[in-house]
Design a binder for this molecule. Structure first.
Ligand code: COA
Length: 116
């Protein structure tokens, strides 16, 4: 499932949110979000998009759990995920390479019934 994130007031596409890897046997999918238009950051679009995608996942795809990984330095993204109910489940050491150095990542999870 892939959704575009659009600003309704000016019909601008500012990013994408997806749930991928869902299997009926497990009821688990992985969430990714990317908002490329920086002038729209900090206005609540990611929070709204993540919440909407998760609601779709639980209600329409009948998922049991949604997981994601986030770079440890990405505090804005972690804040968004925590706001909608994701909890940290573990830290993976040096699993993401960016800007010539390795970064730790957190794995986070949201169970059905935990979405806020
Ligand atoms: C991370 C990202 C999804 C956030 O999108 P956004 O639309 O700006 O998010 P929102 O406006 O919904 O919420 C941002 C929240 O983070 C908070 N925040 C911003 N910078 C922060 C920081 N350095 N530390 C902690 N919180 C921070 C904001 O205050 C806001 O919280 P609030 O609503 O409680 O005030 C967006 O910047 C993005 O797509 N970045 C590039 C790709 C990326 O990092 N994707 C996530 C990969 S895991």
């Amino acid at each position: 499932m892939l959704f575009g994130v659009e600003v309704l007031s000016d019909a601008t596409l500012i990013g994408l949110v997806q749930l991928h890897g869902a299997k009926p046997e497990t009821g688990i999918a992985v969430l990714d979000i990317y908002l490329g238009e920086k002038e729209y950051w900090g206005k609540g679009f990611a929070t709204d998009a993540v919440r909407t995608a998760c609601r779709y996942g639980f209600e329409k795809m009948r998922l049991h759990k949604i997981t994601l990984t986030v770079v440890a330095d990405n505090q804005a993204a972690q804040h968004v995920y925590q706001k909608v109910g994701f909890v940290e489940e573990g830290r993976l050491r040096e699993t993401f390479r960016l800007g010539g150095r390795w970064h730790d990542t957190y794995t986070m999870g949201l169970l059905e019934g935990e979405l806020r």
